[in-house]
Design a protein around this ligand. Structure first.
Ligand code: C5P
Length: 221
């Protein structure tokens, strides 16, 4: 019997990771944050001073990079054995990541890793192309959205809590640029899978969304 899979996609700040983590906890599934993998590659490129437009060099680097996601409560992210959990959330990485995420060879490498993770057991995976490409046979596919203002506000609050002083306008601008880039790229852009359930989270509480997804999942089984 195949491992159960829930795919959660959507733009930045739609609540994917908070919701995916809560669902994974309740079901006893693994949570796989695919955005963290793309962020780790962007972070390494910045650290090594590889210009982001050097597609070939970045593809080679990605192939030689070890990424590990911890499954315990701390959910630390390791890149070549180095703990990059906090570093990959910097505004600089957020501004760079969608550039390297548009490179087909980078995606190929990370998708391979993501499918390996999904082979370990029941999984909740979040990202941009999980329902359309990474796990096309997922048992449930959800596409989360929210108004761009609300998503920017959530991101800004998160950054504030992490002690990062950016203006709301700045966060909004960076987020719109990243979403635009993710939607327009040639390879596996951000679009809902044809069989995904669309959920607008603008005015819903986290618990309401989690409950709704859990009942959708139970109905599918
Ligand atoms: O989910 P998060 O906002 O951390 O993702 C960071 C970036 O990684 C996205 O803006 C996108 O460019 C890229 N990404 C992707 N495909 C995924 C997950 C993330 O292209 N499955």
């Amino acid at each position: 019997k195949k491992n159960l899979q829930i795919a959660i996609d959507g733009p930045a700040g739609a609540g994917k990771s908070t919701i995916a983590k809560a669902i994974a906890r309740q079901l006893g599934f693994f949570y796989v944050d695919t955005g963290a993998m793309y962020r780790a590659i962007a972070y390494k490129a910045l650290r090594l001073n590889i210009p982001l437009e050097q597609e070939e060099e970045i593809a080679v680097m990605a192939r030689q990079t070890e990424i590990a996601l911890e499954h315990s409560a701390a959910r630390r992210v390791f890149c070549d054995g180095l703990d990059v959990t906090e570093a990959i959330r910097s505004p600089e990485v957020s501004r760079s990541v969608s550039i390297i995420a548009a490179y087909p060879e980078v995606r190929e490498r990370l998708v391979e890793l993501q499918r390996q993770e999904a082979g370990q057991g029941g999984v909740v995976m979040d990202g941009r192309d999980i329902g359309t490409y990474v796990l096309p046979d997922a048992d449930l596919k959800v596409f989360l959205t929210a108004s761009s203002e609300e998503r920017a506000r959530r991101r800004w609050l998160e950054l504030q809590q992490a002690g990062k002083e950016l203006s709301l306008a700045e966060v909004h601008r960076d987020m719109d640029a990243r979403d635009h880039h993710d939607q327009q790229r040639a390879v596996f852009p951000l679009v809902p899978a044809s069989d995904a359930i669309l959920l607008d989270t603008t005015s819903l509480r986290i618990e309401e969304i989690v409950d709704r997804i859990l009942s959708l999942f139970n109905n599918k089984l």
